[in-house]
Design a binder for this molecule. Structure first.
Ligand SMILES: Cc1ncc(COP(=O)(O)O)c(C=O)c1O
Length: 443
């Protein structure tokens, strides 16, 4: 393993000897192509502790290597979970109309409410939390749920313990390391110290064994989960809420893929009685409306959620939003409002249905190969099991034989070993071509 040295970890004398500093930077240059003189500013110890985000860069590096070796290869990516289908016209038109009106004296608007446009907050509460007692004022509109995960971490601070599903979306752990909640990364276990990894696999119906889970202040929980595609059942979420109540913990519930749920699984944590006292929910327009580039999401902080001293968490979150954010783009919010009109909702769900048909094609493909799959029904991700194999080896084999990029499950935590994730985001012809190639891989 390459040891990365930083100038800040060097003796002070190096700051007075730029040449020596540069010499020592060679390792760093190798990895980051950095040149120049060191400042006297020490690197944030938490950034230093953060393991290199190797997953997607490593996938890109392997893709490039493959293309170099096989220049005529037509590579298909079933890797990164980015949407591909156009935003429905009525939603895009609402944004372009709003943007045009900004060029007129009557239509121009400057800053809006930091918490979001009142009509949009109301529409979010009524559309996604109908009958769940979520008030407009508890909804904070944002530029996406990933940004809100970091804002929630800033709200909570470094003095917190956290638990995550294993495997999980990397932002929970990375933001935890950045804010200073985690200890060092342990290469032998693939885990950070001070983070509770809750293993979620087929052996436990993708739900942690809570009787063996340590109490933490915060529990990040994502359903439907990225990468496994598993949507937690009502019974599972009832157990989770009960566990949080017993322990006096706060759940940060990520429902970014809730629009993909077709069965009885809850779409929001607030469907579970008592969740308002223990849960924050972060969510997004990214994967339902194709807003990955537009940027729009929201966070719900219920009034009943209190710190140990009785102070409402929502008051502090409001302060974070006002200090560190200043409100989502008014153009994106116009798009969000259009998404939540009756026509917008049906346009949004027809794109979701399209991706779900893609997922079904992928599920059928892997099933025809005799492979065990998970997810794909309530989520745009299919989680494929290759018992006894290392996920990077499977990634290499599939790329080498079919020119298809997947994501090795171990990139989402040690619990992802033996699995790969394939995304159902993609044009239909690409998914069909991928299916044909995969069928030839294991004839
Ligand atoms: C589980 C999960 N949460 C949040 C996000 C980020 O969403 P946004 O685009 O709203 O920041 C993603 C993106 O892939 C995700 O998979």
């Amino acid at each position: 393993m390459l040891k990365v040295l930083s100038c800040s970890s060097m003796p002070r004398s190096y700051f007075l000897q730029p040449k020596a500093c540069l010499a020592l930077q060679k390792d760093v240059i190798h990895m980051h192509a950095v040149t120049g003189r060191c400042t006297k500013v020490a690197r944030n110890i938490n950034m230093e502790r953060l393991r290199n985000n190797y997953l997607f860069p490593e996938i890109s590096a392997r893709e490039l290597e493959h293309i170099k070796k096989y220049p005529n290869a037509e590579v298909i990516s079933l890797g990164i979970g980015d949407t591909t289908e156009p935003i429905p016209d009525l939603i895009a038109s609402a944004m372009s109309d709003y943007a045009r009106s900004l060029s007129t004296p009557e239509g121009y608007k400057g800053y809006g409410d930091e918490q979001g446009n009142k009509a949009l907050r109301k529409a979010i509460a009524q559309t996604f939390y109908k009958d769940l007692a979520v008030k407009d004022t508890e909804v904070f509109v944002s530029d996406g749920s990933q940004c809100d995960i970091s804002r929630v971490q800033m709200l909570l601070g470094s003095d917190m313990t956290i638990a995550v599903q294993d495997p999980s979306f990397p932002a929970y752990i990375d933001s935890s390391v950045i804010i200073g909640q985690a200890g060092d990364f342990q290469y032998n276990s693939g885990k950070y110290r001070n983070i509770e990894y809750m293993k979620c696999g087929p052996q436990n119906h993708f739900f942690p064994d809570l009787s063996n889970t340590l109490r933490t202040d915060i529990i990040f929980f994502c359903s439907p989960n990225n990468p496994t595609g598993h949507a937690a059942s009502r019974e599972q979420l009832e157990q989770l809420v009960e566990f949080a109540k017993e322990n006096g913990s706060i759940i940060v519930y990520d429902s970014a893929y809730a629009a993909y749920i077709t069965d009885e699984s809850p779409r929001s944590i607030y469907e579970i009685p008592g969740a308002r006292e223990v849960a924050i929910e972060v969510s997004s327009f990214s994967k339902s409306a194709g807003f990955t580039g537009v940027r729009l999401g929201w966070t719900v902080v219920p009034d009943e959620l209190l710190y140990s001293n009785g102070f409402p968490v929502g008051h502090d979150f409001n302060r974070i939003i006002c200090t560190c954010f200043n409100g989502a783009s008014n153009i994106a919010q116009a798009g969000g409002l259009a998404c939540l009109s009756p026509e917008g909702v049906s346009a949004m769900f027809s794109v979701v249905d399209y991706y779900k048909e893609n997922a079904q094609i992928l599920l059928d493909t892997f099933a025809s190969l005799g492979l065990k799959t998970h997810g794909g029904v309530n989520a745009p991700y299919v989680w494929v099991h290759f018992p006894g194999k290392r996920s990077w080896d499977v990634f290499n084999e599939i790329l080498g034989k079919t020119n298809i990029i997947t994501v090795p499950g171990s990139g989402f935590g040690p619990g992802g070993e033996e699995f790969i994730r394939v995304t159902a985001f993609g044009h239909r012809e690409t998914i069909l071509e991928a299916s044909t190639r995969l069928k030839s891989l294991f004839p």
